[in-house]
Design a protein around this ligand. Structure first.
Ligand code: NAD
Length: 483
């Protein structure tokens, strides 16, 4: 694959590709070799991008939803047309298997199409009458784009997290400055190249590659930005919020998780094993929604653990381009060391490693790790309480439904949860009691653009996807007239 095209200049500002000042080295995590060099910008580039977006906002905010919808559909079709290249770029840059990268690209396609529909529907309900308890006044509600928005995204699902912000922002009529992760800029640079060909007015969409401190920090503090939508770690989310506070700008935050999968006593154990494996090892466990705590009813705990360990040991960890691959590489050296550190410290505090925890013997290079299962994990340990962001499952048994719910809810996070049960009433009862923004029952982690994404407690502020994702980029205005 030729990675040397103009899309890798690093900055796309006011409809122009530009070079930044800082060389960012992009690594292939499966081989530990250099994939590409991308230039990153800093405060000057952020200023230029925000200014271009502010100029473009005057016109773009006045376009009809139908016009914006047509452009969003064009982007969706561009994504579809470049599907294979986008899949390969994601696998090369992130280390995820081709089939997983394919799911990501299809999600991006669906998201742009979904928000094209919502943009088109805006025309009919731009102004809606508000019933009042008075004949002397009439009121109407308008929803207007909130302005120029800054989008900051992580490396684990680079294109998907971008699409979940970019599509609704454009649909609402906002202009955008996007900052991809410096670890995985290649998929977004390709997406930017697609957008550049779709005929969006110059300045509506701008991209500035760079590090968090060089680009993310000035973007978060910029007085010309109306809102920051951020996905990433809690530590950085707090900094973004603090910087945004200086100019009282809105923030949407999608942060970490420590989610649970609950296997009730009447569960189909084989299904539970498949769902635990998917919830723990998809994307090599580098998911904010990883169900890394598995809570299993005493009645089925032994059978479940035996089958889970057999499944984990059978997972084929390999190069993402291997046709038989089930799990790819972790994203980089830092993440690899972080996960290995958690595994080591977990053993140090008495957690029992049942399988995995080390590099596969047949893969001497690349950030590969065998799917890992722990039991007897102390409830006050980092392994149990902190986000590991790697292929590590902690399994614990429970005696009662109430105990399982209490264990699952005992976390600073509350992003997602899964329940496995053959009793629909019990599954619903448990789902309703869990503090999580999305609960799957007997289902893998399917995500539809129509349902919301985001969580309770320290996992999120706001919700993405669905109409909530659009409203996040809209201001609410009421106009009240005396009759
Ligand atoms: P990160 O917080 O290190 O970086 C995220 C983005 O913020 C990157 O683009 C980075 O360059 C930028 N950044 C870094 N420092 C910054 C600063 N001081 N100011 C502004 N921006 C800055 O996160 P990561 O390691 O890229 O991603 C992993 C994290 O993302 C995990 O904690 C995971 O849970 C979270 N995540 C959450 C969701 C969700 O939907 N809740 C989805 C994906 C990832």
């Amino acid at each position: 694959m030729n990675l040397n095209n103009k899309a890798h200049d690093g900055l796309y500002i006011n409809g122009q590709w530009l070079a930044g000042f800082e060389q960012l080295t992009v690594i292939n995590p499966s081989t530990e070799t250099v994939l590409a060099t991308v230039t990153g910008g800093g405060e000057t580039a952020v200023d230029a991008a925000v200014e271009a977006a502010r100029q473009a906002f005057t016109h773009w905010s006045q376009t009809s939803g139908a016009e914006r919808g047509a452009l969003l559909r064009k982007i969706a079709h561009g994504v579809q047309a470049r599907r294979e290249r986008l899949i390969e770029l994601q696998s090369l840059n992130n280390g995820k298997p081709l089939f997983e990268a394919g799911i990501d690209v299809d999600d991006v396609f669906a998201t742009f199409n979904y928000y094209a529909e919502l943009a088109e529907a805006l025309d009919a309900k731009q102004d809606s009458a508000v019933p009042l308890p008075s004949d002397d006044f009439a009121a109407r509600l308008r929803r207007e784009p909130c302005g120029v928005v800054g989008l900051i995204v992580p490396w684990n699902f680079p294109m998907v997290t971008t699409a979940w912000k970019l599509a609704p922002a454009l649909a609402a009529g906002c202009c955008v400055v996007l900052k991809p992760s410096e670890v995985t800029p290649l998929p977004e640079l390709e997406l930017a190249a697609i957008i550049a060909e779709c005929g969006l007015p110059a300045g509506v969409f701008n991209l500035v590659c760079g590090t968090g401190l060089a680009v993310g920090a000035p973007l978060s503090a910029h007085p010309g930005i109306a809102k920051i939508s951020f996905t990433g770690s809690n530590a950085v989310g707090v900094q973004v919020m603090q910087r945004a506070a200086e100019t009282v700008k809105g923030v949407s935050l999608e942060l970490g998780g420590k989610s649970s999968l609950l296997v009730l006593a009447d569960a189909d154990v084989d299904l539970a094993v498949e769902l635990a494996s998917g919830g723990g090892y998809f994307n090599a466990g580098q998911m904010c929604s990883a169900t890394s705590r598995v809570l299993v009813a005493d009645e089925v705990a032994d059978a479940f653990l035996e089958k889970l360990v057999a499944r984990a040991e059978a997972i084929r960890v390999a190069d993402p381009f291997d046709p038989e691959v089930e799990m790819g590489a972790l994203v980089n050296q830092a993440q690899y060391q972080r996960v290995l550190g958690h595994i080591q410290r977990g053993q140090g505090v008495g957690a029992r490693l049942v399988c995995g925890g080390e590099r596969p013997a047949d893969l001497p290079k690349g950030y590969f790790l065998r799917p890992t299962v722990f039991v007897d994990v102390p409830l006050d340990s980092a392994l149990w309480r902190e986000e590991i962001f790697g292929p590590v499952l902690c399994v614990r048994s429970f005696a009662t439904e109430a105990e399982a719910i209490a264990l699952a809810n005992d976390s600073q996070f509350g992003l997602v949860a899964s329940v496995v049960s053959s009793d629909p009433q019990a599954a619903d009862r448990v789902a309703n009691a869990l503090q999580a923004g999305l609960v799957w029952i007997n289902a893998p982690q399917v995500i539809f653009p129509q349902t919301s994404w985001g969580g309770y407690k320290q996992s999120s502020i706001g919700r993405e996807l669905g109409p909530w994702g659009l409203q996040a980029f809209q201001e609410t205005k009421h106009v009240v007239r005396a009759l």
